[in-house]
Design a protein around this ligand. Sequence first.
Ligand code: NZQ
Ligand code: ZN
Length: 385
Amino acid sequence: MLNFELYNPTRLLYGKGQIGEIANLIDKKSKVLVVYGGGSIKKNGVYDQVIKALEGYEVVEFSGVEPNPRYETLVKAVDLIKNEKVDFILGVGGGSVIDGVKFISAAVYYEGDTIDIIQKKLNVNWKAMPYGAILTLPATGSEMNCGAVVTIEATQEKLSFSGEVLYPVFSVCDPTVIASLPVKQIANGITDAFVHVLEQYITFPQGAPLQDRFAESILQTLIEIAPKILKDPTDYDAAMNYMWCCTMALNGLISKGVKEDWVTHAIGHELTVLYGIDHGRTLAIIGPNLYSVMFDTKKEKLAQFGRRVFTLEGSDDEVARLAIERMIAFFHSLGVATKLSDYTEDGEKAVEWIAERFNERGWLAMGENKNITIDKVREIVKLSL
Ligand code: NZQ
Ligand code: ZN
């Protein structure tokens, strides 16, 4: 296991009725900017709960943060904050809103061109505006991490950036809010969380059995609760555990002391840019094929995954191969298609487009072993068509 440092200052409030608690967490003198997306919160009662909880505060609103949030939209919120002299941000939504708020919070005090935060993937180590989050879609883990993914519409780039100052001050995770989620979004969320764990776990044995078991327990719990939550999103216990799995999958814990992969995400982001495919689904398209192409260096962990998560038996090779099949079957059980051709007839162009982009960015050797080359990326995308 490698040396590590664990720092996570986000206060989490989990469970029913917790939205009302935010008034105890935001300074009474604050002027609050409430940031949200396309309006789902106005239909499901979350907006009303938030406004009620903020009684007595000066409140300004910014809506219209789109899925896969755009730089071009978010900079308008930065101007609003400056004009209105806001001093606290409250993001109410899924990963897109929370990531959008992270960008806004970093951009307010950035002295250069704010597009650089994304394009140059800056480490945000300057003062950021404090913010809280009210999560409405369990998936990304953004509610308890310091990373964000923002798209620049003009250049069609979807890139991540991070920084220690970008952890939410608090996040409220009330699982009753997911009752209004379309089944498709729940399936996306389960897939996203599942692949977050895989990106940190399907590498090679790294002498970190506790992290392995944390990872396996999240995967097993997701598999166990998936049919329940898809059948009935008002099943409180299933919803609570689904949300908790998503938070734990990407709050920094399971990656401590180990090398990670993240190439499935890097390729997946390009598929979202190219075809508008939902984030979670891009991962189901790419992940299994990345594991097939990188089989030799990942097979020990694939076999461990197969034995411990799917209780498979046989030789390492057999179990590892079968584990990939079972992973695909799990995505299918969620109603998530795993071939690019299930989403577009124009998949072929992705192969060279992605290879060229990675080349331009100098992403020539990626993954936990730095052995995912541009040629391997081509192979992975071809296998995913
Ligand atoms: O905009 P509104 O009207 O709110 O509708 C949203 C949106 O259309 C809707 N929704 C959210 N909560 C709802 C709801 N509809 C009904 N009831 C509710 N309770 O769902 C749609 C999708 O929302 P979005 O926030 O885009 O989804 P998600 O949470 O999956 O976030 C995806 C974004 O997060 C990034 C992705 O790349 C993508 O841009 N990621 C962020 C990460 C991070 N910060 O750590 C890691 C991830 O790997 C991921 O890359
Ligand atoms: Zn993800």
